[in-house]
Design a protein around this ligand. Structure first.
Ligand code: G1P
Length: 297
């Protein structure tokens, strides 16, 4: 029986400059997808996968994130007084058990690998998950849960994988695949943001990982890589061919890149349409919009 994955790291130290000026005073992880902040989707996914300890790697200016997961006694009291029980229930999803959530600071913006390394003392000697909240995955079974189940069978290191268009490969970590079996891919190489045209495949790493403590050890040694940053991809690649090999997992679901404006808008429309209470209004609006545009042509 493989050791259960109960800890997850959420790297949330980024400045979110792509969303300025919105992110001047709020962390990008608090930005709202329909009616919940991005980080709530990541936490819900982690919970569904059996994660019990949540480690946030933060930076200056991220206090709103800490407050978000705190109790809000005044607000709760007001809602209780007014009998707004449904809203009280909604608020409960944001509460974390005392001690379940820990914050460590990344003092310098040195990349994703460095951010994960900052959590090393809290992870200690266990397999752990990493969730990048920018990557939102809509799936019947949450993406990390799919991976945790596959990991329980096979162990080692696992990264979520998805085909991307050829001209987009240079924006991702890309896998070099030795062989595949069902959703699992045996990885024989990994490269972070390859130069256009040099990618070994179009199979990209998406922001869900299950990693072994050996990756942390590799991070101890790793020098800066692509973009002058310490790359998590390089530390994971260091495990290829060891007793803790690397697998890609072709997850079931649709991934939205909420780190980009277009991706965030697409996710907003898709998640809005998927909501029973919003579907008809939004669908009617979109149909009207397209019919109007077609008529004007
Ligand atoms: C990070 C990783 C990259 C991965 C991507 C997925 O890159 O470094 O390997 O493919 O997330 O979203 P970033 O998008 O933070 O530059």
């Amino acid at each position: 029986m493989k050791k259960k994955v109960t800890k997850a790291v959420f790297p949330v130290a980024g400045l979110g400059t792509r969303f300025l000026p919105a992110t001047k005073s709020i962390p990008k992880e608090i930005m709202t997808l329909v009616d919940r902040p991005l980080i709530q989707y990541a936490i819900d996914e982690a919970r569904a996968a059996g994660i019990k300890e949540f480690i946030f790697v933060t930076s200056r200016g991220k206090n709103a994130l800490e407050d978000y997961f705190d109790h809000a006694p005044q607000l709760e009291q007001e809602l209780r007084k007014k009998g707004k029980n449904a809203l009280l229930e909604t608020l409960k999803t944001t509460n974390m058990e005392s001690g379940a959530i820990a914050y460590v600071r990344q003092h310098k913006a040195m990349g994703l690998g460095h951010a994960v390394w900052c959590a090393r003392n809290l992870i200690a000697n266990e397999p752990f998950a990493v969730i990048l909240p920018d990557d939102v995955v809509a799936a019947d079974k949450p993406c990390l849960q799919q991976m945790v189940e596959a990991h329980a069978e096979i162990g080692g290191n696992m990264v979520a994988a998805m085909e991307v268009p050829e001209d987009k490969a240079s924006s991702y970590g890309i896998l070099d695949c030795a062989s595949s079996e069902g959703r699992l891919v045996n990885v024989k190489g990994m490269v972070e943001k390859p130069e256009p045209g040099t990618q070994p495949s179009n199979l990209a790493v998406i922001g869900r990982y299950i990693l072994t403590p050996n990756v942390l050890r590799n991070l101890n040694k790793i020098k800066t890589g692509t973009g002058g940053e310490v790359q998590l991809t390089d530390a994971i690649a260091g495990q290829i061919g060891t007793d803790d090999p690397v697998h890609g997992y072709r997850f079931e679901g649709t991934r939205y890149d909420c780190g980009s404006k277009a991706g965030f808008l697409q996710a907003t429309v898709a998640f809005g349409l998927a909501r029973e209470d919003l579907h008809d209004d939004l669908d009617g609006y979109l149909r009207g919009l397209y019919a109007g545009a077609a008529a004007a042509q």
